[in-house]
Design a protein around this ligand. Structure first.
Ligand code: ZN
Length: 77
């Protein structure tokens, strides 16, 4: 019976064991509790893919602004 006292330690959850939360829908990276992750339109992004996503959005806006600028110049003529 005395041996069982030591087994109590095994009930503690190791601190480095994180709870699995999501998987990045872009690169399949596993995202654990406490990690940053982002959800847009039901798609889950890890921070790395979020960066890429934001860069694509930024580029698209630039192109739209560029095209709008061109159109305005044509109308102005
Ligand atoms: Zn990812």
């Amino acid at each position: 019976m005395l041996k069982n006292l030591n087994n109590g330690l095994h009930l503690e959850i190791p601190k480095n064991k994180k709870t699995y939360m999501h998987k990045c829908d872009i690169c399949d990276k596993e995202i654990f509790e406490g990690d940053n992750c982002y959800k847009i339109d039901g798609i889950i992004y890890c921070p790395k893919c979020m960066d890429t996503h934001l860069q694509i959005i930024a580029e698209t806006i630039d192109i739209d602004a560029f095209l709008t600028d061109l159109e305005n110049k044509e109308v102005g003529d």
